[in-house]
Write a protein that binds this ligand. Structure first.
Ligand code: FMN
Ligand code: SF4
Length: 403
């Protein structure tokens, strides 16, 4: 393996010690009101002191109506700045960079008590939840909430702010022809569907200092047929960059299943399946790595910006090749860091080959139920998962996904 992956890089003028990024991964570790807890800080600090280049926080809801799940971290009022600041300090003292991801869940909110917001009254593709059409006032209030959330992230001492415009959340819904059926200036044509993402980008850019990096995670295509296309999204990404954003992370848009973003069993061959007790995977082919890489390549060909690529980075050879080939500047991983919080340090120290995570997605199924952790190690966790599931735990407390 060459050295591209472990070479320093930069994003929006911020130097990063290597190209290994921990992708945004929601933690289920905040207090009930969204405040950062000592548990959350300790969780991040462990990754930070283990040589990761850049950390992106799990999605921080910028408005109470944009909360996705219980115990999600919030950035929706000024009182949250103090805890976020402690988090930033704890990570930065180890030489890691940290960006705060600001988000609004839209109709994908899985908290029954939340009254969500959506561009149009269309059943959510993931949960089936139906909510009314956002009014002009609600749209203006939401744009303002993103701007204020970004201002708080900057005040808290983060290195940058990352706007979540992917995975079927509110911005992704406004961009999608499937979720946005409006006939006014906020929907209809591709140009009208640009308006909300661009308004957020502009408002966020204005809310933070000029030299503070603003990046965006964009859903380049929708999972259901007839949805958003990559060509449209590449053009939108170009406009976002023209507004002064410093980088784009490549992901999927509206989802039908959580696995559309977090593909299952990536690069898991028979031997690895047997080792990890994935008996049902013994007779099928491994799923491919770096599954959004072709979209990153299209983006790079058209737009001059820093690109982060998430989605199924599982071998150091692929990670290095993604960077060395120029398809992306940074590789971002979510699930591998859950199973091995020190994976970046291991790679920097010379570890090669496959990471341990087998993309079984048990961690994802427990989002909103339990603090983020791997459920395959130690082995007794699998038993805990089975008991929780069989006693109906996964059906309680938050709305279920349809698949
Ligand atoms: C438990 C879990 C929580 C996640 N939370 C977020 C999130 O808060 N924000 C986000 O943009 N993506 C989130 N994702 C998606 C990841 O950032 C990433 O795009 C996806 O898991 C694919 O990368 P991976 O193959 O390295 O896991 C989450 C994924 C998992 C598994
Ligand atoms: S539970 Fe563990 S092995 Fe399964 S996807 Fe999550 S981190 Fe990977």
């Amino acid at each position: 393996m060459g050295v591209a992956l472990v070479e320093p890089g930069s994003i929006g003028g911020v130097e990063v010690r290597n190209r290994i990024t921990r992708a945004a991964t929601s933690e289920t570790m905040a207090a009930q009101d969204g405040t950062v807890t000592p548990q959350l800080i300790a969780f991040y600090e462990r990754i930070a002191r283990n040589q990761v280049g850049l950390l992106i926080t799990g999605h921080l809801y910028c408005h109470p109506r944009g909360q996705y799940a219980p115990l999600q971290t919030g950035v929706h009022d000024d009182a949250k700045v103090r805890g976020l600041s402690e988090l930033a300090v704890a990570c930065k003292r180890h030489g890691a960079r940290i960006f705060g991801q600001i988000a609004h869940a839209g109709s994908q909110s899985r908290v029954p008590e939340v009254e969500p917001l959506a561009p149009s009254p269309v059943p959510n593709a993931l949960t089936g939840r139906m909510v009314g059409e956002a009014t002009e006032e609600e749209i203006a209030e939401t744009i303002d909430a993103f701007a204020k959330g970004a201002r708080r992230v900057a005040e808290a001492g983060f290195d940058g702010v990352h706007i979540h415009a992917a995975n079927g959340y509110l911005i992704s819904e406004f961009a999608s022809p499937l979720a946005n059926k409006r006939g006014d200036a906020w929907g209809g044509s591709a140009q009208a569907r640009d308006r909300f993402p661009l308004a957020i980008a502009k408002a966020v850019r204005k809310a933070v200092p000029d030299d503070f990096p603003v990046t965006m995670k964009i859903g380049f295509a929708d999972a259901p047929d007839g949805g958003l296309t990559v060509a449209e999204s590449v053009a939108r990404a170009g406009q976002v960059v023209d507004l002064g954003l410093s980088g784009i992370e490549v992901s999927i848009g509206v989802m039908q299943a959580p696995t559309d973003s977090a593909n299952a069993y990536v690069a898991v061959d028979r031997k690895r399946a047997a080792q990890d007790w994935l008996i049902h995977r013994l007779f099928s082919e491994p799923r491919p790595e770096a599954y959004f890489r072709p979209w990153a390549r299209e983006l790079k060909a058209d737009v001059d910006t820093t690109v982060l690529l998430a989605g199924g980075m599982r071998t150091t050879e692929t990670m290095n090749d993604v960077v060395a080939s120029g398809d992306a500047d940074f590789v971002a991983m979510a699930r591998p860091f859950i199973r091995e919080p020190d994976i970046a340090a291991q790679i920097v120290a010379g570890r090669r080959g496959r990471v341990d995570c087998t993309s079984c997605n048990l961690c994802l199924r427990h989002e909103g139920h339990h603090p983020l952790r791997c459920w395959r190690i130690p082995r007794r966790r699998l038993l805990q998962h089975a008991v929780y599931r069989l006693t109906g735990g996964l059906r309680r407390g938050l709305l279920r996904t349809q698949r």
